[in-house]
Design a binder for this molecule. Structure first.
Ligand SMILES: Nc1nc2c(ncn2[C@@H]2O[C@H](COP(=O)(O)OP(=O)(O)OP(=O)(O)O)[C@@H](O)[C@H]2O)c(=O)[nH]1
Ligand SMILES: [Mg+2]
Length: 365
């Protein structure tokens, strides 16, 4: 057994023990020792993972948005990236064909969408099995996760969601409303707590982060892990959809898709990569679930329309900044025609929010 396997095994052991131990005055000390041990081992694992850097797991963001294809081995992730982008990623019938991250670009509706194909994940991935930690860590930069699920093995979805959560990636979940403001004295004061954690647990966790005095409001239900991940600022909230692949192999794929959508509250797009079924619908779903919009810039006194890709809810000012800081600095107001405007050529300020298809003319000082 390698050192990394030993460390991940030990970490799991300690986590189990921590979970099993109920908090009370007598176990307080034991729990705090366990937490210290857990944090020490996590650091060692991070150190040993650093060696993996530079072997194809580091991804730099490109384009207007990034989608990560994630799934068990052999579900068709590489076949998919080959179908919808300009790259060629090796495909084969055996597991773990892809051993590093492959990037491609999908051009859709003027947008350049970066797609990343990842090595297959399996149970235990978040503990390092099959290089899973490095793969999951690379996903933290994506704007959308597309779980690729084989229609013949839909149980993989549960495992994938759990594995991602093991490394603090939360799927289709709102970031919890937590307010923790450090104070100078008076200890930890909890003003509101809608979580299942008791006040002693909250105080213990904050004290682990060196906070003895703070004003605390927890307005959503979070468990200990999510609370800790948020305090450590390493919780990631990422939207996801399911690509249900290989529908050529199952007649009742539609019903299977509906069941997944209902159970997980997630958008499901059925496709067959070999038969190229639903490819255009898939591209559209990726674009729409990234909340991308097309905005058209019309220079003053012209009929020109210059398309620009942005995120839904982008403001006039943010668009100007995206072009150049000088454009933003010179900007006084804008004329907007389209869905976000009450009437054609409505005069708006820099904080006006734009919608898909809007036409914008900047007015300088
Ligand atoms: N019947 C059928 N087979 C498919 C489909 N898509 C992919 N396959 C086959 O499934 C096998 C695995 O495909 P890959 O694209 O290599 O799968 P992967 O998810 O990238 O696999 P890893 O890289 O090992 O994680 C290949 O033999 C493909 O031909 C599909 O829509 N229908
Ligand atoms: Mg592959």
């Amino acid at each position: 057994m390698g050192q990394k396997d030993y460390l991940t095994g030990k970490l799991e052991e300690l986590k189990q023990e921590y979970k099993k131990t109920k908090y009370n005055k007598a176990t307080n000390k034991h729990l705090s020792i366990l937490r210290a041990k857990i944090s020490g081992i996590k650091k060692e694992i991070i150190e040993s993972n650093k060696k993996i850097k530079g072997t194809g797991f580091f991804v730099k963001k490109h384009g207007d948005a990034t989608v990560g294809l994630v799934g068990f081995p052999s579900v068709g992730k590489s076949s998919l990236i080959n179908l919808i982008t300009n790259v060629i990623s090796k495909t084969a019938h055996y597991a773990f064909t892809t051993t590093r991250i492959i990037q491609g670009v999908l051009n859709f509706n003027n947008a350049k969408i970066q797609i990343i194909d990842t090595p297959g994940l399996i149970e235990g991935a978040h503990l390092g099995v099959g290089n899973g930690r490095a793969v999951i860590a690379a996903l933290k930069i994506v704007d959308l996760i597309a779980f690729v699920v084989d229609v013949c093995n839909i149980s993989s979805l549960d495992i994938l969601i759990t594995e991602l959560r093991g490394l603090d990636i939360y799927i289709n979940k709102k970031k919890p409303d937590l307010k923790i403001i450090k104070t100078d004295s008076n200890g930890i004061i909890i003003h509101a707590n809608k979580s299942s954690m008791g006040s002693e647990t909250i105080k213990m966790i904050l004290s682990d982060f060196g906070m003895q005095n703070a004003s605390v409001s927890i307005m959503d239900d979070v468990d200990e892990n999510e609370f800790i991940a948020n305090i450590a600022k390493k919780a990631f909230y990422i939207n996801a959809i399911v690509i249900l692949n290989k529908i050529d192999l199952k007649k009742n794929y539609d019903q299977i898709g509906r069941e997944i959508a209902k159970k997980y509250g997630i958008k499901v797009v059925p496709v067959s990569t070999v038969e190229k079924t639903n490819t255009e619908a898939l591209k559209r779903e990726l674009y729409e679930n990234l909340n991308l919009i097309n905005v058209y810039l019309r220079p003053k006194g012209t009929d020109e329309l210059n398309p620009l890709i942005a995120k839904k809810g982008v403001t006039v000012g943010e668009i100007a900044k995206k072009i150049h800081s000088d454009v933003f600095n010179d900007l006084r107001c804008a004329y907007v025609t389209g869905k976000s405007a009450k009437f054609a050529n409505q005069r708006v300020g820099t904080d006006h929010k734009l919608d898909n298809g809007d036409i914008v003319t900047f007015i300088k000082e």
